[in-house]
Design a protein around this ligand. Sequence first.
Ligand SMILES: *[C@@H]1O[C@H](CO)[C@@H](O)[C@H](O)[C@H]1NC(C)=O
Ligand SMILES: *[C@@H]1O[C@H](CO)[C@@H](O)[C@H](O)[C@H]1NC(C)=O
Ligand SMILES: *[C@@H]1O[C@H](CO)[C@@H](O)[C@H](O)[C@H]1NC(C)=O
Length: 230
Amino acid sequence: TAGSIDLPNRGGGTVFTLKNNCSDTVWAGTLAGNGPQLGGGGFELTKGASKKLLAPAGWSGRFWARTGCNFDASGKGRCVTGDCGGLKCNGTGVPPVTLAEFTIVGHGGNDFYDVSLVDGYNVKVGIRPSGGSGDCKYAGCIADLNANCPNELQVVDPQNNIVACKSPCDVLNTDQYCCRGAYSMPQTCFPTNYSMTFKKACPDAYSYAYDDETSTFTCSEANYEITFCP
Ligand SMILES: *[C@@H]1O[C@H](CO)[C@@H](O)[C@H](O)[C@H]1NC(C)=O
Ligand SMILES: *[C@@H]1O[C@H](CO)[C@@H](O)[C@H](O)[C@H]1NC(C)=O
Ligand SMILES: *[C@@H]1O[C@H](CO)[C@@H](O)[C@H](O)[C@H]1NC(C)=O
């Protein structure tokens, strides 16, 4: 299916292909930090489905998967994880969600991308660049963190399945876990026992606010495939 997106990307915009490899339908959520809202803010991806989105140079933003959603014909409704109040998001999804984050043609002409667990985790996410030059490594959290989520961070659905894992900041809300106050700088904000659990499961993902060294990836003139449940 990828075919044409493997060609080098030369200024015509960056193609994101969002693919659902989960065992159930997910509803993608998109949020732009800079540039246009992509895909209307959110859309359904049935099992095995994918959708391409085109982003101009300078675009930054994030993608996530919502699970267990029920929307009416007008797009109103709720989701069990990643909810943003309707089918088309206009703002962030409610954490915990695994985020795929991008800055397209940022500093030095590079794209920056990462998978972040700073706002918690709901499903596995992978980012695969294609056709670019530079480092261009696969980034992802391909472990089932729900299965290893500490009790106090678990989110369970009405059937008692663990469907997401909250960030320690959300639950414990201390300066140390949230990298705030005296802990607000890279020199003072360190991994915690919780973020280390996340890091161990997903070594290539952001596990806390200043986890840059091992978690931010760069590539130039690429397109990107974002897979939910790789
Ligand atoms: C989205 O949110 C912004 C800021 O909160 C608001 O100005 C805008 O009208 C909203 N757009 C839609 C389509 O609801
Ligand atoms: C992390 O440390 C805190 C404080 O010592 C402790 O209460 C908590 O049980 C620990 N959690 C894990 C998952 O190790
Ligand atoms: C899809 O998920 C299955 C496991 O459910 C995995 O074996 C496979 O590699 C995944 N495919 C892709 C393209 O990520």
